[in-house]
Design a protein around this ligand. Structure first.
Ligand SMILES: Cc1cc2nc3c(=O)[nH]c(=O)nc-3n(C[C@H](O)[C@H](O)[C@H](O)COP(=O)(O)O)c2cc1C
Length: 340
């Protein structure tokens, strides 16, 4: 069956939605080319964090999160997306190409994910003491599994081990040459800035020194207030079976699926990526959760509402359109996303 291609209006709307994805330090390391019936997603190497993310692993996780968001946005418009990763060997930064594989009315599950997109924000504040229901944790693990990743829910001993590793990594990173200057480049600039982490998105530091939420104010001229964080945090570790660029993209898609699922369940989410940013702590993290390649740590719970962070104007993220029309979607090597 031939599928009428999504209109440019639909594709532009999907891109406008995709940029709401989370990214390391709100670096938004993506660019989009909207062609006839397709959207190409490029990694923007100029936005990779050279000190914190020299290999580009976290840049790819961020791009993966944007790809998942695009998929959900297209799905909401009634298109089951076709997804091709690295479709052109001559263009290594062309990470993904999305087309329409077929029409299908969006499922309630897809609608819920889509509705959660503008409401998902990183929450760096202390969470309330109410435990996260086991059923909700099960749904989050299922969300990761659906994207080919693993989400371990840490028990009390593992939580202590993971947080200890996060504190160790945080301390070491803060002493790394260039780390502070790089952090400063993504936190300075004030209200006019449309990327980076603004002061309003930073939470307090943990008075109990247990939870190493990244200290974004490190390079600013003023200290953040301190407050006690939850003593029994719900900590989750997202991992993949391998550590290739495909795994990083998978982790990013799974991360966004987990975050949107959490948002739709009314849970606040925060990210702690420090322990996966150093080889030594990452290896110990892998042991702690018996997973091959931990990619990122999540904290979920009962959080106060937080405000959104800025995004760059859409024009800044768009590459000139053009190129050949989308080929038929049902081609070997393409994957389709089948939401429940
Ligand atoms: C790969 C990756 C790593 C991140 N690491 C951290 C982190 O260590 N600490 C933190 O507070 N936020 C972290 N974040 C969240 C980003 O800072 C956040 O997504 C960005 O500032 C945009 O804000 P938003 O999520 O509220 O839209 C990370 C996000 C991604 C995708």
């Amino acid at each position: 069956m031939t599928v009428a291609a999504p209109s440019r209006t639909v594709l532009m709307d999907a891109v406008r939605t995709a940029v709401l994805a989370p990214s390391l330090h709100n670096s938004q390391p993506w660019r989009f080319r909207v062609g006839r019936g397709r959207v190409d997603v490029h990694a923007d190497q100029s936005r990779r964090l050279a000190v914190l993310d020299p290999s580009g692993r976290e840049m790819m996780i961020s791009v993966g999160a944007a790809v998942f968001t695009l998929r959900v946005a297209l799905r909401r418009h009634g298109f089951v997306p076709g997804l091709e990763l690295f479709p052109d060997a001559g263009e290594p930064d062309l990470v993904a190409r999305l087309t329409a594989a077929r029409f299908a009315v969006p499922t309630p599950a897809a609608e819920l994910l889509a509705e959660a997109i503008p409401h998902r924000h990183t929450n760096r504040w202390p969470f309330g003491p109410r435990p996260v229901p086991a059923a909700a944790l099960g749904e989050l693990a299922d969300a990761a599994r659906r994207e080919g990743a693993f989400l371990s829910v840490a028990g009390p001993d593992t939580t202590s081990a993971v947080l200890e590793l996060a504190r160790t990594a945080d301390l070491e990173l803060r002493g790394r040459p260039g780390y502070r200057a790089e952090l400063g480049r993504w936190t300075a600039g004030g209200a006019k800035r449309r990327d980076g982490v603004p002061v309003r998105a930073m939470g307090p530091t943990d008075r109990l020194r247990t939870l190493p939420v990244r200290h974004f104010a490190e390079a600013l001229a003023f200290p953040l207030p301190s407050a006690p964080f939850e003593s029994d945090p719900a900590i989750l570790v997202l991992a993949t079976a391998g550590d290739t660029v495909f795994d990083h993209l998978r982790a990013g898609q799974a991360l966004q699926r987990v975050l949107l699922t959490a948002t739709s369940l009314g849970l606040a989410t925060g990210l702690i990526s420090q322990p996966a940013e150093l080889a030594a702590t990452r290896a110990r993290l892998a042991d702690a959760v018996s997973s091959a390649w931990p990619q990122i740590v999540l904290r979920v719970g009962d959080g106060r509402p937080v405000r959104s962070t800025p995004r760059r104007p859409l024009e800044e993220t768009l590459l000139p359109s053009g190129g050949p029309a989308a080929a038929p979607a049902a081609r070997a090597g393409r994957s389709r996303w089948s939401p429940r």
